[in-house]
Design a protein around this ligand. Structure first.
Ligand code: GUN
Ligand code: ZN
Length: 631
């Protein structure tokens, strides 16, 4: 069964999305609590998991279940959902990890997969060979080859199950890539295995470097599971690197040793004298009182607390993705432990991992520490600025026939002269920036500690990129600068097609709208970028060489897109290279006729690959008559 993975929001490599299973939709990034197949061994009941925590999917071990003959028989007769008493999605692991730890081999890989089929799991996992991070190369390579052989076999006998395919390879980047590429055509879900030892020894920098290296070889349209990455302090990092699925047995394991999990780290229950948690469970059962309970009660209370913290952190991650604030959360989490700080630096050392999906803007750019100025948003701006500086100077400044400036507050002449030539570039926290670009994200949205330092009057911003930042350049130069920045140097030709009117906002004083021949052509967003109306799109379409900034819809979808319907990924014929999520694009039909303007949700390399979900939301379109959607 195709889990029909689709995205609804994203931030960097992180995605919010949906996976279909025979037992309901699962919202990602998701955490699967791991359940012991024997309910008697569970500290938290299934009922609590479903009713109190609203969990959509759980994971259990087919290996442990199969070893218990009586339970295994019941699972075959009643089905795994009924055995567990859980009506949501059930994911079964193959037991590779347990086999690796306990060294027992009692069943063939195909028997283990057939067993998962027989108990009616929603997601089955073939039996992989667990490769240790310390494994020598020959051993790691043999593990990868054997795992791929077993996966190919599993693919034939999986029935109608969703197949999660383990990717092994230890710390060898090329072996991980080989494993990822070999798994891709066979997998519904890709699962990175062999990472628990890195987590247990706090080798987060090695873990995240390996994930960055393998990311581009993992098909973006398939959900990505990080096997066993079950501590809440790692969820934001995992999601940032593109993981969609996590599982945790650790809420339970930690409870057995009375260790409390928090997104900032762990702590022994014994050390707690105050009730500072505030989670719903600790509220009823304050931590200082838990210390005085019997061992069995303590374990249960800690397990509930741990699971609550894990699920809460995963909700926080989803919320942060939705708001475009995941980097903020990661930066905060990185302060929890030096190993996380080291891992964060490792991530920042490889900004290239993120650039293909780095959005053109976010709500804010908050400078929390000197490391903030190394985030991919800054790296992207720097690279683009180098390119911008290499472009030939604008000719439209000379050739634009007529410019009218409409400022509600201060009436200005049609052309504001630049006294003594153009103003020099402005100093900013990331170096000198031409003044016409100062309102652009991240410079224009930057919130820095300097602005709030003692003695700073916020009504006259110290931040050079504040309101009025573009003073010193003519309105025409500013408008041309941001147009060329967003749409490339050729786009300035749209200013040569007639009279240009620049309309400024009454409240913010910022450029808000660009009209050409008195028709609205661009609306300037808060992030400083001009977004085309349909008319603006037509002007751009006539001056920009194809395929830049274009997404081509297939024949089936074109008439719907033309009438304003969303363009779904499966209907994308082609997309220009370099399109990133949340960027505005021009949509054409297969013959190259402009049919709409929209905002991409997928990057170029993802369009058409996702079989489900939105590729581009339409913001303006050619025809206004509604049509029936093909989906
Ligand atoms: N659980 C934790 N790590 C692994 C792994 O590498 N493979 C499988 N199948 N399950 C795991
Ligand atoms: Zn708590």
């Amino acid at each position: 069964m195709d889990p029909c993975f689709e995205l609804t929001d994203r931030d960097g490599l992180a995605r919010r999305g949906r996976i279909k299973t025979p037992h309901g939709i699962v919202h990602t990034p998701v955490l699967f609590p791991v359940l012991h197949p024997d309910p008697a061994r569970q500290l938290v009941t299934v009922r609590e998991i479903r009713e109190r925590f609203h969990v959509e999917a759980v994971m259990t071990s087919s290996y442990i279940l199969r070893r218990n003959e009586e339970l295994a028989q019941r699972a075959i007769e009643k089905g795994i959902h009924s055995l567990l008493g859980f009506d949501g999605a059930v994911v079964t692991d193959s037991g590779a990890f347990q086999q690796h730890v306990y060294g027992e081999v009692e069943a063939s890989p195909s028997e283990i997969l057939e067993f998962q089929n027989a108990i009616g799991t929603d997601v089955a996992t073939p039996l992989d060979l667990f490769v240790e991070p310390s494994s020598p190369r020959e051993e790691a390579e043999a593990g990868v080859v054997e795992t791929l052989r077993r996966v190919a076999e599993a693919r034939k006998i999986r029935g109608d199950r969703i197949l999660a395919v383990p990717v092994q390879g230890g710390l060898f980047a090329d072996l991980r890539r080989k494993s990822a590429e070999g798994s891709e055509p066979l997998a519904d879900i890709l699962a990175v295995g062999g990472i628990v030892p890195l987590m247990d020894s706090y080798r987060f920098a090695d873990l995240f470097r390996m994930l960055s290296e393998v990311r581009s070889s993992l098909a973006p349209e398939k959900p990505l599971h990080l096997f066993g990455l079950g501590h809440p302090m790692l969820f934001a990092f995992g999601a940032l690197l593109g993981a969609d699925i996590f599982d945790t047995a650790s809420y339970h394991k930690f409870a057995r040793r009375l260790s409390l999990q928090f997104p900032q780290g762990s702590m022994d229950l014994d050390e707690v004298r105050e009730d500072f948690c505030g989670c719903a469970l600790c509220d009823r059962n304050p931590l200082y009182r838990v210390r005085e309970m019997s061992l069995a009660e303590k374990e249960r209370a800690v397990a509930l607390h741990n699971l609550s913290q894990c699920l809460l952190e995963m909700s926080r991650v989803r919320h942060a993705i939705r708001r475009g604030e995941l980097w903020d959360l990661v930066e905060e989490r990185a302060t929890g432990h030096p190993a996380l700080q080291a891992a964060f630096r490792e991530i920042l050392d490889h900004p290239g991992t993120f650039l293909a999906t780095e959005p053109p803007s976010r709500r804010h750019f908050i400078v929390r520490s000197p490391l903030s100025l190394r985030l991919p948003a800054i790296e992207k701006f720097r690279r683009k600025l180098e390119e911008y500086r290499r472009w030939p100077p604008s000719l439209a400044e000379i050739a634009t026939l007529e410019v009218e400036v409409r400022r509600p507050s201060e009436p200005s002449p049609a052309r504001e002269p630049e006294a003594g030539g153009p103003a020099p570039p402005a100093p900013t926290p990331i170096g000198e920036v031409p003044r016409e670009l100062l309102e652009l994200y991240p410079i224009g949205s930057m919130v820095t500690p300097e602005e709030f330092a003692a003695g700073t009057d916020r009504s006259s911003p110290a931040n050079p990129a504040g309101t009025g930042a573009t003073r010193g350049v003519t309105p025409l130069r500013h408008a041309l600068g941001i147009l060329r920045w967003a749409w490339g140097p050729e786009s300035e030709q749209v200013f040569r097609s007639g009279k240009v009117t620049l309309r400024y906002s009454r409240s913010s004083g910022r450029l808000r709208e660009i009209l050409i021949n008195e028709r609205p052509a661009f609306v300037v967003g808060n992030e400083g970028i001009p977004h085309p109306t349909f008319y603006g799109g037509e002007l751009l379409h006539s001056v920009l060489p194809a395929p830049v900034h274009r997404v081509v819809a297939n024949e089936d979808a074109s008439s719907f897109v033309e009438a304003g319907r969303t363009l779904f990924s499966q209907h994308v014929l082609s997309a220009a290279p370099g399109i990133v999520p949340f960027e505005y694009v021009l949509l054409t039909d297969p013959r190259g006729r402009l049919i709409a303007v929209g905002r991409a949700l997928l990057a170029s390399h993802e369009m058409g690959r996702f079989r489900c979900g939105v590729a581009v939301e339409i913001t303006a379109h050619r025809k206004s008559s509604p049509a029936k959607s093909p989906d």
